[in-house]
Design a protein around this ligand. Structure first.
Ligand code: KG4
Ligand code: ZN
Length: 381
């Protein structure tokens, strides 16, 4: 069973082909990130316009790289939500049109749930070359899409040796979501806790802004933190009413206050003026202290849930799962089989969408009506 996945929930335009819910045949991601850098965050209209321009070449390249054509594709899976409405519409409308014209069953999937399914991919297809329209063979990185990062060679992925087993505890940490979910089986899950305010990735992005580091903030803060002292600045942790709830908005404000204090300015001083008042060492210390606290908050809940539910496996997924500090703390503190998707599959991609689509089909769920499928920007798990 071969599924084409399509993902356009934020600033990426992605398509991927996955066989049998575990074998990655292609994974193409074009990002409009460069176009948003000047604004310090994603501009929805710019993202959707870029998606409109790249979606068809991205799908073509995903099919080409996988050496599949439409006759090999058994179904199409597309992100239905949550995400930016303009962006979701581009992917959904494209998928609906293809489902109708190519006569393929269509499955709408939840983007947040799909992040966990990146951990179910265990191997790659044999093809390293891309077949282009002119029939010549190109390597992936030679066959570029305007405004896209050169896609990585399909063979450059690190996969887990086997799939995670159930009961599975999933920590989903991204720019839009922070939640701890216990899966008894596919589609049989319970949300143990989620963030009461900001997502952890959002906090990384905001702290990067305070420090004047480039967007996206997660990798920038992590890089800056490497040279800093994680104990330099004491940061508070909000008391939560429920055991597994998260909160990152107070932490972000505490970082702002600590930065203003270090810079010797009052609390009404605008954050945009702060970066030029800080030296390199101060920035590194703030980044390291913030990262340590944010990771602490995630690991403490994860450790409690591991203790209470004794899962067979733990998956850490979503953009923030790319964070090395989080990975090493989890590995050190918790003795369990941990599953991290490859870094390229942690951030938004369509391989995870295709994989979740496959399990939907396998579990007997009905295909969507391609004429009436609707996006849901606020879709929750
Ligand atoms: O999953 P994702 O690509 O998009 C959403 O669905 O939100 O996650 C993007 C988020 C951004 O907030 C980004 O700053 C964060 O993941 N991120 C990281 C790292 N790489 C990406 N956060 C911390 N450390 C990283 N290395
Ligand atoms: Zn995501």
């Amino acid at each position: 069973m071969t599924v084409l996945g399509i993902e356009t929930s934020c600033d990426e335009t992605a398509a991927a082909v996955v066989k049998d819910g575990c074998r990655l045949l292609s994974n193409v991601v074009a990002s409009s990130m460069d176009l948003h850098t000047a604004y310090g965050g994603v501009v929805p209209e710019i993202a959707a316009r870029a998606q409109l321009e790249t979606i068809l070449p991205v799908i073509d390249q995903a099919l080409n790289t996988a050496r599949t054509d439409w006759s090999d594709i058994d179904a199409i899976a597309v992100t239905q939500g949550p995400g930016l409405s303009g962006s979701l519409l581009i992917g959904a409308t494209t998928a609906q049109t293809l489902a109708i014209t190519k006569k393929k069953p269509l499955y709408g999937v939840n983007h947040v749930e799909a992040h966990v399914y990146a951990a179910f991919l265990t191997s790659f297809g044999k093809n390293k070359e891309v077949r282009s329209e002119d029939g010549k063979e190109y390597t992936n990185s030679q066959f570029l899409i305007p405004n896209s990062q050169p896609p990585a060679f399909i063979s450059n992925y690190i996969f887990p040796k086997k799939q995670p087993r159930f009961p599975l505890l999933a920590l989903i940490v991204s720019g839009g979501h922070t939640q701890l979910v216990l899966f008894k089986d596919h589609f049989d899950y319970k949300i143990l806790g989620k963030t009461a305010d900001d997502a952890v990735g959002e906090a990384f992005d905001k702290v990067a802004k305070i420090l004047g580091l480039p967007y996206p903030g997660g990798p920038s803060v992590a890089k800056e933190a490497a040279a800093g002292n994680p104990r330099a600045i004491k940061l508070p942790e909000a008391k939560m009413s429920s055991r597994y709830a998260f909160s990152f908005s107070g932490l972000k404000t505490a970082v702002l206050r600590a930065t203003q204090h270090l810079a010797g300015v009052p609390y009404d001083f605008p954050s945009s003026g702060l970066p030029r008042l800080l030296n390199k060492a101060q920035k590194a210390d703030i980044a390291a202290s913030f990262q340590a606290k944010a990771v602490d908050m995630l690991i403490s809940r994860l450790a409690m849930a591991v203790e209470e539910f004794q899962p067979a496996a733990v998956v850490i997924a979503g953009g923030v799962a790319a964070n090395q500090e989080l990975r090493s703390r989890a590995d050190k503190q918790l003795k369990l089989p941990f599953f991290y998707p490859d870094i390229k599959l942690c951030t938004d991609n369509a391989a995870m969408i295709a994989t979740l689509g496959y399990y939907k089909i396998k579990s007997g769920q009905h295909a969507a009506d391609p004429y009436t499928l609707e996006i849901d920007p606020a879709l929750s798990m």
